[in-house]
Every structure is written in C-alpha cells, then in structure tokens.
Ligand binder design. Structure first.
Ligand SMILES: [Fe+2]
Ligand SMILES: [Fe+2]
Length: 138
C-alpha cells in the first residue's frame, strides 16, 4: 500500500502560481503511484505516466519563464535539475514500456522520482519563490 503525497505547509513556497501547479503535480504523481500499485492495465499506467510527463514539462517551463523574466541567478542550474527529472522520468517510461510494472519500477518511481520531486520543491522551488517575493512578486 502506497501512502499518497499530501500537500503540507512544508511544501508551500508562498507563490500562488507555483503552489497551484505543485498541487496538481502531486495529484498526478499520486494518480500514477495508485495505478502502479493497483496493478492496473498496462495501457492505463502508460496513460498516467504520459499525463505526469506532460504536466511536469508544462510546470517546469512555467517556472523557467518566471526565472528568465526576473533574472533569477540560478536559472541554468535550476533548468538542469528539471531536465534531469524529465530524463529520469522518460527512462522510467521506456523501462516500463519494455518490462511493464516490476518491483524495481515501483521502487524507482516512489524513491527516485517522487522523493526527488518533493525535495526539489522544498529546496530549489522554495528558493525561487523567496527570490520572487524579495522582488515584490508573489
Ligand atoms: Fe516546481
Ligand atoms: Fe523547479
């Protein structure tokens, strides 16, 4: 049984746009974890994987646009972290396409992808939100 990620104050960056997208991102992560853990049909799991990937790309682009617009000093570094996440997710999707849901994929999904995401929100996105706040943008 997988415990879904819950939104909590630790995850809040204080920027409404970013927080709203993070809530949606977590909802999609939970949806995927649920599909994987319930042994749903391969096509259904594949759909939720694609759903998460599409939303992650949209969300990252929106953060990167804010960073470029307001001259965020860690833009390149932050963008690289986003790209790593997408690469990891795409590798996982490829592996899933070849092997279906395996214990290894479930573990990689919850440990690598989801924990990375939560950590990234708590550290890097929080830093970005603080920067935007200091610029008077919320
Ligand atoms: Fe984010
Ligand atoms: Fe980010």
């Amino acid at each position: 049984m997988i415990t879904p990620w819950q939104w909590n104050t630790k995850l809040a960056t204080g920027n409404d746009e970013i927080d709203g997208q993070h809530k949606e991102l977590l909802a999609r992560v939970n949806h995927l974890m649920e599909a994987v853990s319930q042994g749903n049909k391969k096509e259904a799991v594949a759909d939720t994987f694609r759903f998460l990937e599409t939303y992650a790309v949209i969300h990252f682009a929106s953060e990167e646009n804010l960073q470029q617009k307001y001259g965020y000093p860690e833009y390149i570094y932050h963008k690289c972290l986003h790209q790593d996440f997408i690469t990891n997710l795409q590798n996982l999707i490829k592996k899933f396409g070849r092997e279906g849901v395996t214990p290894e994929i479930s573990m990689e999904l919850s440990k690598t992808v989801c924990e990375w995401l939560v950590e990234h929100i708590c550290l890097e996105d929080k830093k970005l939100a603080d920067f935007l706040k200091a610029k008077g943008l919320k």
